[in-house]
Design a protein around this ligand. Sequence first.
Ligand code: ZN
Ligand code: ZN
Length: 217
Amino acid sequence: MRGPYREQQTEGRRLEPDPAARRKVRLAGLTTAALGVGIGATAPMLGSLAAAFGGGLALLGLVLYREAPKSPMKAACPTCGATIAELDPTTDAVRCPTCGDYARVMSGLLAAVPHDFVAREPLFAIPLELALFGLPAICAECGAPDARHLVRVVVSVHGTPLAVDTPAEVVEIPHCREHDSGAAADIGTVRVRSRELAIEAEARAVPARLSDDERRG
Ligand SMILES: [Zn+2]
Ligand SMILES: [Zn+2]
């Protein structure tokens, strides 16, 4: 490939295999296979169960080794240019660990996410503080405007959601008449499918709210 660092900004950044990540998976595969063969070899002493277990491990190791070349990719973030490593080419969007923006994964490219994009799963994070303010009337599942149907989602404030005494808040997430499952709770955040809802929620943060109220009054 020529000039991966040349101006490809507008069209999206090409995905490349991530050799570092692949090596990790391959190593895991080989280690698992070797362990399996080792257990299998000592089987006469340990009995047939150990032999079967060893054989299974060896197989698993080989599968891991063979799967490795396909999976992890890397590409430059369309927003900040930093490398996003170990990304799954089958997912529809990823978050850049450097700038926090999202990028869309499509036909071998990493591209900027359009405002009206809707992810296959709840993905775009809205911080709990913003969600508690009340969100703009945009459907979390399809991005339709004038979404007045509120779906309640329980969000753990921090810690693990499994702990009994984890503090939680209930937030109301807008949906249109046809939808009710465009949001999912994460720790300290709500994830939604509609990119536009997440963007508008951010835009509504304190300063914008104040000027809105002033305009109305
Ligand atoms: Zn970035
Ligand atoms: Zn909808």
